[in-house]
Structures are given as C-alpha cells and as structure tokens.
Design a protein around this ligand. Sequence first.
Ligand code: PEP
Ligand code: MN
Length: 338
Amino acid sequence: MIIIMSPKATQDDIKRVEERIRMAGLSLHLSQGAERTVIGVLGDVRQLLPDSLQALPGVERVMRILHPFKLASRDFEPNPTVIRLPGGLEIGSSRLVVMAGPCAVEDEETLLETARAVKAAGASVLRGGAFKPRTSPYNFRGLGKEGLELLAKARKETGLPVITEVLSPQDVDLVAEYADILQIGARNMQNFSLLQAVAKVDKPVLLKRGMANSIEEWLMSAEYILSGGNRNVMLCERGIRTFETYTRNTLDLSAVPLVKKLSHLPVLVDPSHGTGSRDLVLPMSKAAVAAGADGLLIEVHPRPERALSDGPQSLMPPAFEALMAEIRPIAEVIGRSA
Ligand code: PEP
Ligand code: MN
C-alpha cells in the first residue's frame, strides 16, 4: 500500500501517518520528493483500513500496490536511485557508466594491460571474474582470492573501481573486502541465501537477470537484497534463453524501458553474454544506450583467442575504443553523457 501525501501536508501530518503504520506493527519506506512525500507500507497491510488512513489530515490518496515487489517499485520510490561509489562515480545519473574488462582474471600482466586499455578508452569500472561459474567443472574456474588481489592491484594502478562476481554466501565477506561492486551472476539470481548475504554488506550489488527468469522474478530477487538492508542495487539484463541458436542468448532490450518504468533501480545491459558474439556487441551496445540503459558491462581481452573463458564474445581494445566513440553521440541524443 502507498500513501500519497498532499503537497501541503505538514511534518506533523506525515508523523501521524507513520505512527498509525507502526502501531499496526508494519514498517514503512518514506520517499521525500520535491513536491510531496510518498509513504510505502511494508508487511501484511490487511489490518490497515484504507478509509481511516484516507481520513487523516494531509493524506491525498491511499493506493493498493498491485506488484509483489515493493521497495524495488517506482510506486514506492518515484525518484530514480543513484548509486554513489566512494571515488565519486555515480550509477543511475545522467552519465552512462561503462564497466569493461576480461571475463576472468587470468594473470597480472593480462589484467593490467586490459585495465589500462579500457581506462584509456573511457570505461569507468573494471570488470573481471575471480570466482567463475562454469558449466563444466573441468574449465578454468577463476583464481579465487589471488584474482581478487590482482583486481585490487589494477584498481590501485588505474584508479578504476572494480566489479567482480561472488558465487556463494561464504565468500561474500572476502569478495566485499576487495570489490567496489559485488556481481550476482545469472545462474545465482534466485540463490536466496546469497541474496540475503549480499544484503548485509555495505557495497553496491549488480544483480544479473537469470537466463530463464521473468522480469517479475528478477525484481523479486532485487527485493530480497533491498529488504535485507542493502539499498544500493543495480540490475543487469544479460540475455535470456530462447529457441534461437545463432546467438548465445536473446538480449531482451525491451526489459530496459520496462524495468525502468516498474522500478527506480539503475538498469545496465551486458551485450557480451547477451549475444555471445563479438560482432554483435557494438550494435547491441548502441541499441542498449538508445533504449535508455544506465550503463553497459562489456568483456574486453587483448588476446581473445587465448582467453580462458568467453574469448568469442570479447572485444579487443581497439574495438572497445571504437565502441566508446560510437555510443557517445547516441548517449548525447537521448540526454546523457558518456
Ligand atoms: C559474467 O559476467 O562474468 C558472467 C558469468 O555473466 P552471467 O552471469 O550473465 O552469465
Ligand atoms: Mn564471461
């Protein structure tokens, strides 16, 4: 349920409504806009009588929320969420954020070479997996803690904040010690104990859409993190499974404007996993920016033919530089900078 206060409502009016909600044993989310305050009620709202709330001074309207997600919804929080990293980077503001780097952290030299290249091209976050979710147990599954240390080294040298995936609840504290943003991968979108664990750390979380999950399930997973106490959640569309076989996944770009309508959370797009094919990364990046994405997550590798994972979808640094140049004018046309 949400309670929309009138623009003329006083602080006392708002307090009175808050008290009424708390007396019913429920909690609330307050959104203070420039014009008016919106109060979202969390919990079993059946015991709150809309008519008695409506009668309170300063209350303009009481509405039932139709969506099962609350804290993630635009109804609860009409203002877009802007996530601020300690170094000053903002995610969800008018500036497009590009996160780029290798699929996996492989060795110090390759990581530093890639980090320098993506920084020079204009990326603002370095990506790289230290814990890799691989379909085959015989494939390279990441360097673990050593990979995190290499990411920290690359951050120190380039100044780029780093994003890396956390695979299991018991690794959350370790990964949070090193990473600036924690990534929840597609395969773990509904790993509810992992979602509850990242809700308890003081680091932003990028939540990828599961490859076979609906938008509602995705937003319910975001709700786990938000309701668990971490309000710095961004979403990332990375393609879903369909009958199509020419692409690794089908990149659902309609999810971008749709999720931005349903939710206030920033939405990024990963055209690398979304297509699985290097040639499609540039056109789908342009399309993602045009569709209103707040940022991109792109795999870059200096020698993709030797990459230990996802070489076929990784861009070489010159192609990444060209991509940055091509998305800039598109960002500007839709009122963003890049
Ligand atoms: C990744 O970004 O490294 C990754 C494994 O992606 P996804 O979870 O989308 O498959
Ligand atoms: Mn990858």
